[in-house]
Design a protein around this ligand. Structure first.
Ligand SMILES: Cc1cc2nc3c(=O)[nH]c(=O)nc-3n(C[C@H](O)[C@H](O)[C@H](O)COP(=O)(O)O)c2cc1C
Length: 184
């Protein structure tokens, strides 16, 4: 009798570990969403995508930013001061499909670029885990993590990663160590 019970329990355990429904429930679904003007943040986003196997999504504006550095700096300043929300080119399909969002951006004027603010207000972040990463030229994450928290009530915002723009191609080990730490 005891052996029969043990056998039934063993079969049940094997069934549960192979069941795709069970696997889907326990596995976190990951999105790697990023905005990048000159390409640095894109490099880190792709590294995170490779490490996690998540889905990559680029946040792009309908109206491109001017390529001339002084002009984009000036425009970004005005957009930040007026709390502007640039219109995005693509909508994220099925935002409800994701539990964890790695969110990448360059530090612009000490915080997130305004297209990232549009992305966060356009998609309901309640109940999701947001993991910020940024590239910068000296200011680190600035006030971006706090600003993300303000825009996403009900979301859990984890410790962010800041990488210097010129270091992105040497950052893979640091990125992978950080991903291991924050993803669970
Ligand atoms: C509009 C603008 C504003 C910026 N503001 C800052 C800043 O406040 N602090 C900083 O460290 N870097 C600043 N930077 C530098 C970028 O954060 C850095 O070059 C970043 O790696 C660019 O990422 P991307 O190539 O993904 O656009 C700024 C760059 C631009 C274009």
């Amino acid at each position: 009798m005891k052996n029969t019970i043990l056998l039934v329990l063993a079969i049940f355990a094997i069934f549960m570990s192979n069941s795709s429904a069970f696997a889907e429930k326990t596995e976190k679904r990951i999105l790697v969403a990023y905005f990048s003007f000159s390409g640095n943040t894109r490099v880190i986003a792709k590294q995170i995508q490779e490490i996690t196997g998540g889905t990559l999504f680029e946040i792009k504006t309908v109206k491109p930013y001017p390529r001339e550095y002084n002009k984009v700096v000036e425009q970004a300043k005005i957009e930040k001061q007026s709390n502007y929300r640039p219109v995005l080119k693509d909508k994220l399909k099925n935002p409800g499909d994701y539990d964890v969002i790695f969110l990448g951006y360059p530090n612009w004027w000490g915080t997130i670029p305004m297209p990232v603010a549009t992305f966060l207000t356009e998609n309901n972040m309640k109940g999701k885990t947001i993991i910020p990463f940024c590239t910068h030229e000296g200011s680190g994450l600035g006030s971006s993590v706090n600003d993300i928290m303000k825009l996403c009530p009900g979301a859990t915002v984890k410790e962010g990663l800041a990488i210097r723009g010129r270091e992105v191609n040497n950052a893979r080990n640091e990125v992978s160590g950080w991903v291991k730490k924050v993803r669970n």
